[in-house]
Ligand binder design. Structure first.
Ligand SMILES: CC(=O)N[C@H]1[C@@H](OP(=O)(O)OP(=O)(O)OC[C@H]2O[C@@H](n3ccc(=O)[nH]c3=O)[C@H](O)[C@@H]2O)O[C@H](CO)[C@H](O)[C@@H]1O
Ligand SMILES: [Mn+2]
Length: 362
């Protein structure tokens, strides 16, 4: 009698767990929302485009934000006391919708690392090297291994038409690289813009199954200093270094023709975001890349190409779907541009390139 009572609850729990596990195997219910979206991705309705969905995969932990801010109490960490009165005053550190703008001096790397490093997050990183752009891979990887998401699991996805010309890269433990073959195209504009479709497909096929966050980066670039977990956020965009000093939004190179689906009218817009870097939770980047590609295709049908290709579509998307974290121009500089006094640390920068030499067309 006594031992039977003790065993019964255990059997009960076991049966429940087995039922959940088996029903998931049968019906795949933990990824149902995600699957349903993918079916419609090729032809989403307007309603679907205007109401972005939250995705679930079968890794529930991703959405548990309370976990994100937990300190790792197994490690002693002493750091400067935070203040609500004293901080940098030469720059703006928050958007009007209360997203942080990340500058040197607005975060403490020690605190950030203590919070994020025990979460065992995986950050997928996409980079395209089509045609002669393969030559940028060596410096990109050498510097990324020194500065980009150090001590995190990083899975690089390299999209290239020249896998044989890829440099041999020594990756640190916890870091992996997958090559995805893509066709050669004869217009740089198209290579740049089609990235959105390849990013979408890679998220559906691979990234969603293994990563928490994804960053999409330009290859003609180098890392120069820490680019770490302070850059992680639900939806992350970067201020284009060419336009943050111009304060009037009417001077931003948004797409201004109403015929394009990337259109932003004069008098509207927040910032001008760079196409060379965006990221966030995998589901959010899936939404972003899907919508930007749908709009790029719609424009193509109407024989119109937005002023700055996918960068224009990205800017429209981010005007309507506000980023939850904005990276300052420290996170996207251009080597030809003289340093400004606000940028105390240069973290990621586009190299000077000979356009005639590397691009298939001018
Ligand atoms: C600093 C910045 O925000 N740069 C953006 C800007 O010009 P960029 O001059 O930075 O564009 P780009 O020539 O670097 O092209 C963008 C990316 O496409 C890939 N690529 C391009 C051409 C090619 O032949 N092979 C190849 O692999 C490569 O990964 C490259 O980094 O505008 C582009 C769209 O018009 C993109 O939005 C870029 O991200
Ligand atoms: Mn570039």
């Amino acid at each position: 009698m006594f031992p039977f009572l003790k065993v019964k609850p255990l059997v009960f729990v076991f049966v429940i767990v087995a039922c959940i596990w088996y029903s998931d195997k049968l019906f795949n219910w933990t990824s149902l929302t995600f699957e349903r979206y993918c079916e419609n991705a090729a032809n989403p309705s307007n309603k679907e485009l205007q109401n972005p969905r939250i995705f679930f995969t079968n890794r529930f932990g991703r959405w548990n934000t309370s976990k994100i801010w937990a300190m790792d109490t197994t490690q002693k960490v002493s750091y400067k006391q935070p203040s609500v009165l004293k901080g940098r005053t030469d720059i703006v550190t928050v958007t009007p919708w209360l997203a942080p703008i990340v500058w040197e001096g607005t975060f403490d790397p020690q605190v950030i690392d203590n919070i994020f490093k025990n979460l065992k997050l995986t950050v997928a990183t996409t980079v395209f090297a089509v045609g002669k752009y393969v030559k940028f891979l060596q410096d990109f990887f050498d510097t990324a291994e020194k500065h980009f998401m150090v001590d995190f699991n990083v899975h690089y996805y390299v999209f290239t038409d020249r896998p044989a010309d890829m440099p041999l890269t020594n990756l640190k433990p916890g870091r992996r690289l997958t090559v995805i073959p893509v066709p050669t195209l004869d217009r740089w504009q198209e290579i740049s813009a089609r990235r959105m479709a390849y990013i979408r497909d890679a998220i559906v096929q691979n990234i969603s199954k293994e990563a928490d966050y994804v960053f999409c980066l330009d290859v003609d670039s180098k890392f120069h200093a820490r680019f770490g977990a302070e850059a992680l956020g639900d939806l992350v965009a970067v201020i284009h270094p060419g336009y943050y000093e111009k304060t009037h939004r009417d001077q931003f190179p948004y797409e201004r023709r109403p015929d394009s689906t990337a259109y932003i009218p004069l008098g509207q817009g927040d910032f001008y975001y760079g196409g060379a870097l965006f990221g966030g939770l995998v589901g959010n980047v899936l939404n972003l890349s899907t919508e930007c590609d749908v709009r790029f295709q719609e424009d193509a049908k109407n024989k119109i190409e937005a002023a700055w290709q996918e960068e224009s579509h990205l800017n429209r998307y981010l005007f309507l779907n506000k980023p939850t974290k904005v990276l300052s121009s420290e996170y996207l500089w251009q080597d030809f541009k003289a340093r400004t006094k606000e940028v105390k640390v240069l973290r990621f920068s586009g190299v000077i390139k000979n356009y005639g030499e590397v691009r298939p067309n001018l």
